[in-house]
Design a protein. Structure first.
Length: 172
């Protein structure tokens, strides 16, 4: 694969669901194969890169010394820039560098949620990123932009104000 400049799009949820084995990430990287995380709903369980990142972490941990311990920063890279590099689009997308398309997901958990509480106690950017991979769900997505255009905005909760406090419910 490395000799032919191939990339592997690794979908650990698919590997787990299909029982197709543990992906030897360390072996691929040591051989010079480019690897990115991907999703595969044909065999996997959805489109969440957060879920794939967490599953990749788990699968590498299961491999012991043969696995590659993944940090939150490595999971972010595998979920973003690595995919752009795999598609040879890293000059257009994959990070927030000037001149690249603004593709972004803003994760802002609802006030009072478990993830919001965890983030309030995170002691570092790495802990914050780890919490997002470990606990983030679709419900935590506040906005999404593709090519600079907003394509999704979470509807406001009419029963909560911006501070997260319950708003009074008025009966008519």
């Amino acid at each position: 694969m490395a000799a032919h400049r191939c990339s592997a799009a690794h979908c650990p949820c698919s590997n787990s669901a299909l029982g197709s084995g543990l992906f030897p990430l360390r072996r691929h990287l040591n051989a010079g194969v480019h690897v990115a995380l991907g999703t595969d709903v044909g065999g996997g369980t959805g489109f969440s890169m957060l879920k794939e990142g967490l599953q990749a972490y788990f699968m590498q941990q299961l491999q012991g010394r043969d696995g590659l311990p993944l940090t939150p920063a490595h999971l972010l890279y595998l979920s973003t820039r690595a995919g752009a590099e795999a598609l040879d689009l890293h000059d257009q997308i994959g990070d927030f560098s000037a001149g690249k398309a603004f593709d972004a997901v803003w994760l802002r958990p609802p006030a009072g949620s478990t993830l919001a509480a965890i983030l309030n106690h995170a002691g570092s950017p790495s802990e914050t990123l780890a919490a997002l991979f470990a606990n983030g769900t679709q419900a935590d997505v506040a906005q999404v932009w593709v090519g600079g255009e907003e394509v999704y905005a979470r509807p406001a909760d009419p029963l909560r104000d911006e501070s997260g406090k319950q708003s009074p419910v008025l009966a008519s």
